[in-house]
Write a protein that binds this ligand. Structure first.
Ligand code: SAM
Length: 286
């Protein structure tokens, strides 16, 4: 049974990195005047009220988006991301945080297509209600890892897949690698973006090795830490592994990640990694 609800975590430091990278990849695909598709295998509810009981329980957004809100010294990529979140708040008080489906839908064009999956009945209901009038979007109350395979290769031959599991089951780490291998075999030129949490470093090193062993050629990891690695202290960092990353992504992240690590890191203990997993390293792992 699924118990994860993203409303508790919306707008936290992990969402900042995830949605910053997602928005960059979508903007990159928009540079060509040809439609593309977006597949969100773990879409969530799509929109979160930051004054809800759930969001207020641990106020995770306070150490994420709220720290960026209303600052006038943001690096360019971060500024665009904050402006995007501003569109859901009429630029005033920070009351709403958009999930990945809303971010993608707001950036995509009228001929682009979105396919959104969520397995949780309540999250799916919220998601479906939110987007049902948008003719570009199809929603599926189904397993995004297995069911979305049938969409590949997309008829547009251009596309982005976001894989953002809650990792409630330790098997998820193995499943995401298996799924990425299958997806890549069907559609090798797609952009694939995999989110991961750093709760136990060894697990992430195993994930990196498994992806390196997959033979997928072009793959870069972007990680933002708010505290040093630890055992038993929850999520201290999170990352995005991007297959076929836009060529502009690493340079934007080289500016954004150290800046975010400084601002969002607890007591100066933030950090970042940018590692090319399938080619020569862009920056050495710490
Ligand atoms: N991508 C969303 C965002 O950035 O706003 C957040 C998604 S949340 C981290 C993970 C979601 O995946 C949850 O809503 C959960 O119900 C859903 N989920 C878990 N396993 C799934 C599966 N196999 N297929 C589809 N959805 C799943």
């Amino acid at each position: 049974m699924l118990s994860y609800r993203h409303a508790f975590h919306a707008g936290n430091f992990a969402d900042v990195l995830k949605h910053l990278v997602l928005a960059h990849c979508i903007e990159h695909l928009k540079k060509k005047d040809k439609p593309f598709c977006y597949i969100d295998t773990h879409a969530g509810a799509g929109m979160y009220a930051l004054d809800s009981e759930w969001a207020l329980k641990n106020r995770e957004f306070d150490s994420g988006i709220a720290k960026l809100w209303r600052r006038d010294d943001l690096p360019a990529g971060v500024r665009r991301y904050v402006e995007l979140i501003g569109q859901f708040n009429q630029g005033k008080a920070l009351l709403h945080y958009p999930g990945s489906p809303s971010i993608a839908a707001s950036l995509m064009r009228k001929d682009d297509k979105l396919f959104l999956y969520d397995l949780h009945s309540t999250e799916f209901k919220f998601l479906h209600e939110l987007v049902k009038k948008d003719r570009r979007i199809r929603t599926f109350h189904a397993d995004g890892l297995t069911e979305s395979l049938g969409l590949l290769p997309p008829k547009e031959r251009r596309g982005l897949v976001l894989i953002d599991p809650s990792y409630e089951l330790s098997n998820d780490y193995r499943l995401v690698v298996e799924t990425l291998k299958k997806m890549h075999r069907r559609f090798a030129t797609g952009i694939y973006v995999l989110w991961y949490p750093v709760v136990e470093r060894q697990r992430i090193l195993r994930l990196e090795r498994a992806l390196q062993d997959s033979g997928i050629a072009d793959m870069t990891l972007f990680e933002l830490a708010v505290a040093p690695d630890s055992k038993g202290h929850g999520m201290t960092a999170s990352g995005m592994i991007v297959i076929n990353p836009p060529w502009t992504l690493a340079s934007e992240m080289r500016l954004a990640l150290p800046w975010l690590a400084e601002l969002l890191g607890a007591e100066g203990q933030g950090g970042h990694r940018i590692v090319s997993l399938a080619q020569e390293g862009v920056e050495p792992a710490p």
